[in-house]
Ligand binder design. Structure first.
Ligand code: ADP
Length: 264
């Protein structure tokens, strides 16, 4: 029985405690984001990062060909390589895979990306963003059986070989479904879904999948994506999803003990 742990990449996420815990967790697939690092690489390349909000209120990173370069360099290049090195130094045999490696994550290119600009809605026909369609669970299970910790992150690839950006929380949900994970742990820089953003004591402890729509208005930005990914994972066979903090001792055990927001 395996679990999937996703570590966020926004400022305030910490990796050290997680890496330490993964030494004794041969049952994990690690998924990563890396938004701060992509922003940094983007700026270093002289391409200011941009974000847009869809008509339904979901915030996404602009991923046209120019910006996608920073996504690939930042996530598959820097964040993943650093995670594998950190784990390796602790004796964990980790192997990093983007969705392109072995066509691990097949995505369908989104052709209808739209952004709300003031009162208007504009089309973004040059977006190279995708929705996760299929994850090769056999490859991941095979690695786990060989005592290898897979470290997985965006980008993904389309059937025709185009590299596309995909949401890391959606990758985590897709991986959890594909390997039949019992749990999906989404570690982030807040204690869970907060009823009052900024007040760590206002964590919503439990949300049934049918209640996700009702709590969505509490969440802005990328917390919305976490709730949607959590609901999707549970709807496709994962026992429960937990949104929990990365910056605590033994963050996986703490999340599994219910410290965070449990979606089940
Ligand atoms: P990560 O990189 O860890 O995946 P994100 O930045 O993508 O983190 O998502 C977590 C962020 O979501 C929080 O830092 C917070 O700013 C934001 N957020 C918006 N609404 C809420 C809410 N109701 N409760 C908690 N966090 C929220």
């Amino acid at each position: 029985m395996a679990i999937v742990v996703k570590i966020g990449g926004a400022p305030g996420n910490t990796v050290a405690a997680l890496a330490e815990e993964l030494v004794d967790r041969p049952d994990c697939v690690l998924v990563h984001g890396g938004s701060a690092e992509v922003d940094r690489i983007s700026a270093a390349l002289g391409i200011a990062p941009e974000y847009y909000t869809s008509p339904s209120g979901v915030v996404s990173r602009r991923s046209d060909a120019r910006h996608l370069e920073a996504v690939v360099l930042g996530l598959a290049g820097r964040v993943q390589t650093d995670l594998v090195a950190t784990l390796g130094a602790r004796g964990v045999r980790a192997i990093g895979l983007s969705g392109v490696d072995g066509r691990l994550i097949l995505a369908r290119k989104k052709t209808g990306a739209r952004a709300r600009v003031g009162e208007k809605v504009v089309h973004l026909p040059d977006e190279l963003a995708g929705a996760v369609e299929r994850v090769d669970g056999d490859l991941l299970r095979w690695m786990l059986a060989g005592q290898i910790l897979p470290v997985v992150g965006p980008p993904a690839v389309t059937e025709t070989g185009e590299i596309v950006n995909v949401d890391a929380d959606q990758v985590a949900a897709g991986v959890a479904t594909a390997i039949g994970a019992t749990e999906l742990v989404l570690l982030t820089n807040v204690p869970g879904l907060l009823r009052a953003p900024g007040d760590p004591a206002s964590v919503v402890p439990r949300v049934a999948p049918a209640e996700v729509d009702a709590v969505l208005p509490l969440a802005s930005g990328r917390m919305r994506k976490k709730l949607l990914a959590a609901r999707q994972a549970v709807a496709t066979g994962v026992g429960r999803a937990i949104i929990a903090p990365s910056s605590v001792d033994r963050p996986i055990a703490a999340a599994l003990a219910g410290h965070g927001t449990v979606i089940a």
